[in-house]
Design a protein around this ligand. Structure first.
Ligand code: XMP
Length: 510
């Protein structure tokens, strides 16, 4: 089925994926595509509306991202946000001025009568992040909102359905931002709202049934949300023709490996092969303390174990990958410095004998993947699972990985997860976990001296893991976690809390 869709043109701003997610949350499908899409391609795409995102440039810079002027004559509504609004002003004869200082943060705004601000409180708060601003709107345009610093915080030509806003509706700090976006989609673009995850599941399952009928399908199950949802979706269509291979490297958190088997094999009846490689991984990691080396060994061994299992199955027609939309967007961008060599299932295609890759989630954002998982009946423990790195607990144990440290970490981490959930903080904190450091300190227990590694607690808030802030967990919750770990976990004598943001730190310790 062809959905109505909105085209979000990407000018490189930091909130761009967020804009696309917010559109989808309103029940309207959209794609985030590079700004330099040709006018022919735009016409072919046939959007019901176009959104220009923000971006780091100034419209007057040589080589600044631009769009063909014809885009404004297609009769398709346009909403420009931040750089996008400056571009509209610049292209249509208005004036953009460079301010002396950057405006960043909450700002008081006054909305005037406009289809965009229908039902929105007149005196309000918006989120600004810009240096340039629109100082004169183009002829035929009216100012529809003002702030102290922006004489044209919003402007429009309602007849031509062209709207510009300097502030960021997609950020929650803009109060009623969702309503503004909804007004654009439903009021201006006349969207019907045909994008729901229930529809998505029905459409995908019937498309996959056609594609996979009578074919052999293989999937690597990691325990993570994406591979779990992809496998379950494919299983609905392919049934027993799907085989999932789960490599238990022994570096998962407490209870996770057991859960994979109980949910996917026992409850959903999937053909699941569990490769028990716990000893193999431990032996390969023996004596290794350098983080990059650990990562490399785990990545390579994972592929080898998977290859061995895949060989037993023989040639397959399809290999399932849990690729999601942000991976698709990111892979189109240039290379950046390697901070950590990420291990995921990306290396598998080279070792499996298959004809085609199937990526049923490649159009979905993470929050949509979770909703699909829920639609498919997966439990919250799987669907709401926090991000977890491929190398697992090995990069949360500083220095050499041993069974004893793994045991200590699993128990400490489990207590932290339990207490965070009990305090109702599990949905608002992006990731929370324990780390075993390589520093031993002296403690006293009973009357005896102890000398054990310090355990650190890490909890961060984030939108996309690119940047993160340390979570302000209430002291009493921290206190409960700390005292339970000390009392219940052998080899624990000192707990510290990591209060660094990313950057300069990273989320994981290695
Ligand atoms: P850092 O530590 O770089 O982590 O701030 C950013 C996010 O990525 C996760 N992470 C990984 N995910 N394979 C993965 O699939 C990896 O090797 C890996 N290393 C880090 C990390 O948990 C955080 O969510």
């Amino acid at each position: 089925m062809k959905h109505e869709r909105v085209l979000v043109l990407d000018f490189g701003g930091q909130y761009n994926q967020l804009i696309a997610r917010r559109v989808r949350e309103q029940g309207v499908y959209c794609d985030l595509l590079p700004f330099d899409m040709s006018i022919e391609k735009i016409k072919e795409y046939a959007p019901i509306g176009i959104i220009f995102t923000g971006g780091p440039n100034s419209v007057y810079e040589a080589g600044a991202p631009d769009v063909p002027a014809e885009i404004f004559s297609l009769g398709i509504p346009v909403l420009g946000i931040c750089y996008g609004c400056q571009l509209i002003a610049h292209k249509l004869g208005g004036k953009v001025t460079h301010a002396d200082t950057r405006e960043y943060g909450k700002s008081e705004i006054e909305y005037k009568a406009s289809a965009l601000f229908d039902g929105v409180t007149k005196n309000n708060i918006c989120w600004m992040s810009h240096t340039d601003y629109v100082s004169e709107v183009p002829a035929g345009f009216a100012v529809s909102a003002t702030t102290k610093t922006c004489p044209a915080a919003a402007f429009e030509n309602a007849e031509r359905k062209i709207y510009g806003i300097q502030f960021h509706t997609e950020v929650h700090h803009t109060l009623e931002g969702e309503k503004i976006l909804r007004n654009f989609l439903y009021g201006v673009c006349k969207a019907k709202g045909d994008w729901t995850m229930a529809n998505f599941v029905d459409e995908q399952v019937s498309a996959l049934k056609n594609k996979l009928a009578g074919k052999k399908v293989l999937c690597a199950m990691s325990g993570g949300v994406d591979s779990a949802v992809a496998a379950t979706l494919v299983h609905r269509a392919a049934g027993d023709n799907l085989t999932c291979v789960f490599v238990d490297h022994g570096l998962l958190r407490k209870g996770e490996a057991e859960e994979v088997v109980s949910v996917f094999r026992d409850k959903l009846g999937m053909n699941l092969i569990k490769a028990d490689a716990r000893e193999l991984f431990l032996s390969k990691l023996k004596g290794v303390s350098e983080p990059e080396k650990k990562r490399k060994i785990i990545g390579e061994e994972f592929i080898k174990v998977f290859e061995k299992e895949a060989k037993k199955i023989g040639a397959v027609d399809f290999l399932v990958q849990g690729t999601i939309y942000p991976d698709v967007i990111e892979s189109g961008k240039g290379a950046s410095a390697v901070i950590k060599s990420h291990h995921n299932v990306g290396g598998l295609p080279s070792v499996v004998d298959f004809k085609e890759i199937v990526e049923p989630l490649r159009d979905l954002f993470k929050d949509e993947v979770r909703k699909v998982g829920t639609e498919l009946g997966l439990p919250d423990s799987v669907v709401q699972r926090q991000p977890f790195p491929g190398p697992g607990l090995a990069i949360r144990i500083m220095g050499e990985v041993t069974e004893e440290k793994l045991q200590t970490l699993r128990d400490a981490d489990y207590i932290m997860r339990e207490e965070i959930a009990k305090a109702g903080l599990d949905r608002e904190i992006w990731q929370y976990f324990a780390v075993i450091t390589s520093t031993n300190t002296v403690g006293v227990m009973g009357d005896a001296r102890t000398y054990e590694p310090v355990i650190a607690l890490r909890a961060v808030t984030s939108v996309d893991a690119m940047t993160a802030d340390w979570a302000r967990i209430p002291y009493d919750v921290l206190e409960r976690i700390s005292s339970r770990i000390i009392n219940e976990v052998p080899h624990a004598n000192r707990i510290v809390y990591d209060i660094t943001s990313k950057p300069p730190a990273t989320i994981e310790w290695e």
